[in-house]
Write a new protein. Structure first.
Length: 74
């Protein structure tokens, strides 16, 4: 998890919200949907990215709540 922001990752017994680089989860939830809702609130308040991982641990979705340049450069 090298990307800055909040990550929704699988954990034993459910799903965890974890800040990038943190060793401990911010919160743990029974369903992925609950974890996504919690992570979205944090990402919006901090103006960071939200990364949603699948059961295999790979990022399957990404949302930005920061100051993205529009239109994107490049």
């Amino acid at each position: 998890m090298s990307k800055k922001g909040q990550h929704v990752v699988p954990s034993p017994g459910g799903w965890s919200v974890r800040k990038a680089g943190a060793s401990r989860a911010s919160s743990t939830h029974v369903t992925q949907q609950e974890a996504i809702a919690a992570a979205t609130r944090i990402a919006r308040s901090q103006g960071t990215e939200l990364y949603i991982h699948g059961r295999d641990g790979r990022i399957r979705e990404r949302n930005s709540y920061g100051n993205d340049p529009h239109p994107p450069k490049g």
